[in-house]
Structures are given as C-alpha cells and as structure tokens.
Design a protein around this ligand. Sequence first.
Ligand SMILES: C[S@@+](CC[C@H](N)C(=O)[O-])C[C@H]1O[C@@H](n2cnc3c(N)ncnc32)[C@H](O)[C@@H]1O
Length: 263
Amino acid sequence: MSHDFPPGSVWLVGAGPGDPDLLTRKAERLLAVADIVFYDALVGSGVLALVPPGTEMVGVGKRSGRHSKDQVSINVLLAAAVLAGKRVVRLKGGDPSIFGRSTEELDHLAAHGIAVRICPGITAASAAAASGGASLTLRGLARKLTFVTAHARAGEALDLDWTALAAPDATLAVYMGRAAAAQVARELIAAGRAPDTPVMVAVNVSLPTERILRGRLSALAFLVETISDSDPSLLLIGEAVAVSPPLGQRTALVQNLNAATTG
Ligand SMILES: C[S@@+](CC[C@H](N)C(=O)[O-])C[C@H]1O[C@@H](n2cnc3c(N)ncnc32)[C@H](O)[C@@H]1O
C-alpha cells in the first residue's frame, strides 16, 4: 500500500485550495499512512480532518508577518523526523511549486542526504477560475497566463516588470496581491493596460466562506476594500475572466463557432 512511502522518508504534498474534495487521491493516501504531518496555515481544516487520529500534527504556519516557527526550525524539525525513521508529510496549501517557498526545506533535507518526493496540488488560480466559471486562457484574446506575486520582502518595494505584465493578451494571476492591489492597478494602467480590463478577486476559494468579486481594473482598489487580512485572496486580471455569458448565450456562441468552422 505504501510502496512509495517507507519509514524514514518524506513527501512534499500539495493540499489544494482548501476544499478536501479538491485534494488528489495520492495526497489522501500519503496522509493516511504518514506518522507525522507538518502543515502550513493555509491548509484547509477539512483537509486536516482527513488525517487519521493518532498522527502527529505540527502546525508550522507562516501568515504575513506572524510566524509560528521560523524557517530554520522547520528545516531542523523535518530532517530530525525523517532521520528518526518517521514517514513525514510536509503539507502546503495549493500546489507546493507555486509560491510555496519549499526550496529552503528541500535544500536542507538534500544536505542531509534526504530525497524529497513531491505530490502536486490544485493551485489557487485554477480553483478561482473554476469557482468564477471562467477560463484562464481564451482563444484569440488571452494567449498568455502569468503567475505573479505582489508580495514584497519587508522593507523592499514591489519590483515587477509592469510593461511585460501589461501585455493586452495576458491573464494575470496575482498571488498575495490584496495589500498591493491599488498599486498593481495603477502600475498596469500606467504601463498601458486598459482601465476597463475585467478583474476577478477570489476570496477563500473553495471554502464555505468563498466570495467572488468582479469589476474593472480601474476599480480594483475598491473591490478589495472589504477583504480582511486573514482571508486568502487572489486577483485575476484579463479579458478571459470577464463575466461568463449565461449558459443559453454560451451555447449559441458555441453553435455559431461550430457553424463558422464547419460551414
Ligand atoms: C504563499 S501563497 C501559496 C500559493 C499556493 N502554493 C497555491 O498554489 O495556491 C498564498 C497565496 O495564495 C493565494 N491563495 C491560496 N489559497 C487561496 C484560497 N483558498 N483562496 C484565494 N486565494 C488563495 C492567496 O493569494 C494567498 O495569499
């Protein structure tokens, strides 16, 4: 059953955006046999509830500014657990490869001769698009998809290539962008992105408290005003995330498209 998870090994596992139904079957299997789970603050409580009773649970959450454990301590704890012969899961929200800050942990474990296997998860942008009934790309209109973080290191300015990000045929998925939303809108418009570009802000995606807010780029700062610091939110910007036409209209559009391509 656990051929790929012997004692003294570690998996880095993506927990998805929060809804336990959006967890991969592999992640669920690994959680079922783990001896110890180190989890981040963004991991949904429904996902944690799938871990069998008796499994050692260690919260190592980092939420902007509030660090429950520093990175060096996490690295040391992870390596010690593996070397003690435990089956270790390091559980991170979304997909661990996207703004997951896992490299330091992987490097530290590698320095101790410990190889880490990775189980991907559904990233917030995919879940947000699904909840909003939108696509992240759109034939002819959105040929590029850029994942970007608007989180700057403490004391540093947000240093992004605004000209590249303002390309009209791109969808932007801005992680950790709520606090910088006003600046993101201002810089994109200054770099040439149309002020009426559609935006969607997805809050607590896939959780019972989910909210999807829609508007235009010029009003992005107002859209995010009601979102609290503690609620994860993602900004999606671009033509692809415009309000979807009602189902009837969409069916007519597809029929027209089919007629045009076959006729
Ligand atoms: C440190 S990044 C981690 C991203 C994660 N690895 C992923 O693939 O989704 C945290 C940011 O992801 C976004 N995020 C994660 N979960 C979310 C959710 N359920 N709803 C909305 N945004 C979310 C927010 O922008 C949040 O500030």
